[in-house]
Design a binder for this molecule. Structure first.
Ligand code: CU
Length: 154
């Protein structure tokens, strides 16, 4: 008879799942660029929302709305700036052709906490992040399986 493999089928399934999580292409990352429209409210001393996410190549429109005093938005990496008067909307348009994580900050001195008025633009898929989470979840499953009580033990 054939020698029995030392790898149980469970481990092979886990290994294949891990491989799939690492190498399967992310359909979102392969999608064509789209129009993205965001409304960011600026108030003392924060942006709402604080973080926005687009995919590389997306055409991005940012409407900066100031709810109190004059606020600005300077986007690091893209070197873009826009200023919104109180109660007004100012619009910034750009193509997200640089991948990465970029800070945006208020470019108009608006008060004591002005230096802390910071937001974030993420350009790129969260691929690595989700793959890492997937692998982590798989490791937990594997751990639980290894630690499972043996049927013949009390
Ligand atoms: Cu400011």
């Amino acid at each position: 008879m054939m020698a029995r493999s030392r790898l149980s089928p469970h481990w092979i399934v886990l290994g294949l799942l891990a491989l799939a999580i690492v190498v399967v292409p992310n359909p979102i990352a392969l999608a064509a660029p789209v129009e993205q429209h965001f409304r960011i409210e600026a108030s003392a001393f924060q942006y709402t929302p604080e973080a926005i996410h687009v995919n590389p190549g997306d055409h991005v429109t940012l409407d900066l709305v100031s709810t109190d005093v004059v606020h600005g938005l300077y986007l690091d990496g893209y070197d873009l700036n826009v200023t919104a008067d109180p109660g007004q909307t100012a619009t910034l348009f750009f193509t997200a052709d640089r991948a990465g994580s970029f800070r945006f900050r208020c470019s108009v001195t608006c008060g004591a906490l002005h230096p802390f008025m910071i937001g974030k633009l993420n350009v790129g898929s969260n691929d690595l992040f989700w793959r890492a989470i997937g692998l982590g979840a798989l490791a937990v499953v594997a751990g639980v399986w290894v630690m499972r009580p043996k049927g013949d033990r009390q």
